[in-house]
Design a protein around this ligand. Structure first.
Ligand code: GLU
Length: 294
């Protein structure tokens, strides 16, 4: 879908949904925020489908995303981008980090993690318990040998990486200048056992590749930006400006989520509601009963 507006090449924004379920009102708000940010500045609005998890992504969810965005009146520029077609570039980025000796194989299973939890509470990060670093302490030679026969993920040694880059900063147009704190997320997985690449690495590589100048996304990803900033510094990639927007929440103040059964956009669309009217309301701060901004 190509827009006929004169585009400002200095502004490129994206909406990057994962097609592992139907979009809900929170996604409509996020897509609108990114779209309107781009259009208000005459910039480009790209659509990137984050379908790296082949076990959870479904073609019917991709179709629904495209139909939902058209229904909402949010047109994107150029072809739809699919992360599943870019696996080579993520593998190349992971190889670079391995060559810098910043990734280590991790053999911990989910039950190992649960056992650790049972031992005593692990420090809590913004995205859950911080990895205890068990496999960071393995002898590198032995770890390499085990890696040839045992399933494993690859984790980023955040302390080692941060020691190379030194302190990093990034700018958030809504929250102001930020000093980066990647250690708050701990040694995140960049190459999972089950999928070719993790969100943090794919999103960082792609935002650079797509020339994204402004990352407009929800506050739920605010903390992750510290890892993305670290990866940018390690891989020599540019740092976009960020804008983390407020989230749509339910009556209990929890962010809307598929798992909490928030109504999907397709249900509203197929019931004949107007997506454009819905967004006109959002733009005026009017939300359905029981839903409000964080
Ligand atoms: N794919 C991510 C999601 O659906 C969003 C990625 C981003 O905006 O950085 O939550």
């Amino acid at each position: 879908m190509t827009s006929s507006v004169q585009l400002n090449p200095d502004i490129v924004v994206r909406f990057a949904p994962s097609p592992n379920g139907l979009l809900h009102l929170g996604h409509a708000y996020a897509a609108m925020m990114a779209h309107d940010f781009a259009r208000a500045r005459g910039g480009q609005f790209l659509l990137r489908i984050e379908d790296i998890d082949s076990g959870r992504s479904r073609p019917e969810f991709v179709t629904a995303i495209l139909d939902d965005l058209r229904w909402l009146g949010l047109g994107w520029d150029g072809d739809v981008i699919f992360q599943s077609q870019r696996l080579d570039s993520y593998a190349a980025a992971a190889e670079r980090l391995k060559a810098l000796e910043l990734l280590y194989p991790c053999f911990c299973s989910r039950s190992d993690m649960r056992l650790l939890q049972a031992d005593g509470p692990q420090p809590e990060g913004p995205d859950g318990p911080i990895y205890a670093g068990t496999c960071r302490h393995l002898d590198p030679g032995q770890a390499r040998k085990r890696a040839t026969k045992e399933p494993h993920s690859w984790r980023l040694d955040v302390a080692k990486a941060a020691a190379i880059t030194g302190p990093l900063q990034w700018m958030d147009e809504r929250h102001g200048a930020q000093l980066s704190h990647p250690e708050r997320l701990g040694d995140v997985i960049l190459v999972p056992k089950e999928t070719p690449v993790a969100y943090h690495l794919a999103v960082t590589v792609d935002d650079a590749r797509d020339g994204i100048t402004h990352v407009v996304r929800g506050d739920d990803l605010f903390a992750s930006t510290a890892i993305h900033r670290l990866l940018q510094a390690l891989l020599g990639l540019p740092t976009p400006i960020y804008f983390h927007h407020r989230l749509l929440c339910d009556e209990e103040g929890a962010k809307l989520a598929k798992s909490r059964g928030s109504a999907s956009l397709s249900v509203l669309r197929l019931a004949g509601k107007s997506g454009q009217d819905l967004l006109q309301d959002f733009r005026q701060g009017i939300f359905p009963v029981g839903i409000s901004l964080s």
